[in-house]
Design a binder for this molecule. Structure first.
Ligand code: RTP
Length: 155
């Protein structure tokens, strides 16, 4: 069946400063791309601490909140929006459990990270957070709508 691009789900994915510094940008992008998800926005930015606090506002009562926001704003982050059927939930599956000690081999964190506060990637956990995070990190004009050649063979 042919789905219209506008009907497809979108999620926010960020490669955190540790993933960027370790040279894992292409590896991570590749996993989403090969799965069949479509990249509709990407940029590299150093978020301010205030911006990191906005991104992680749900966690402000947690003991690690301050360290987490310091870390996210400590260097370049690759911010992306990926699109595809089930991308929010399946993106989390590709990423693996929050604690890399618990994430399965074959997942991004399982294969590429060791400890929870250096777990290299972020992914929205639900439709509402995906919508909010996309709006926080990107302006409307930065999102590109297009039909990829591959998707004609996937849907
Ligand atoms: P993310 O939002 O980054 O995808 O991670 P998540 O939903 O899997 O995990 P969440 O509970 O929302 O935590 C956000 C990030 O905080 C860091 N964290 N540190 N020191 C700690 O015990 C601890 N616990 C969580 C992780 O980097 C986690 O991704």
């Amino acid at each position: 069946h042919q789905l219209h691009a506008a009907e497809l789900e979108r999620t926010f994915i960020a490669i955190k400063p540790d993933g960027v510094q370790r040279g894992l940008i292409a590896e991570i992008v590749s996993r989403f791309e090969r799965k069949g998800f479509k990249l509709v926005a990407i940029k590299i930015v150093v978020p301010s601490k205030e911006f990191a606090q906005k991104h992680y506002h749900d966690l402000k009562e947690r003991p690690f909140f301050n360290g987490l926001c310091d870390f996210l704003s400590s260097g370049p982050v690759v911010a992306m929006v990926w699109e595809g059927e089930g991308v929010i939930k399946y993106g989390r599956k590709l990423i693996g459990a929050t604690d890399p000690q618990k994430s399965e081999p074959g997942t991004i964190r399982g294969d590429l990270a060791v400890v929870v506060d250096r777990n290299i990637i972020h992914g929205s956990d639900a439709p509402k957070t995906a919508k909010d995070e996309i709006a926080l990190w990107f302006s409307h004009g930065e999102l590109v709508s297009y039909t990829s050649n591959a998707e004609k063979w996937m849907y």
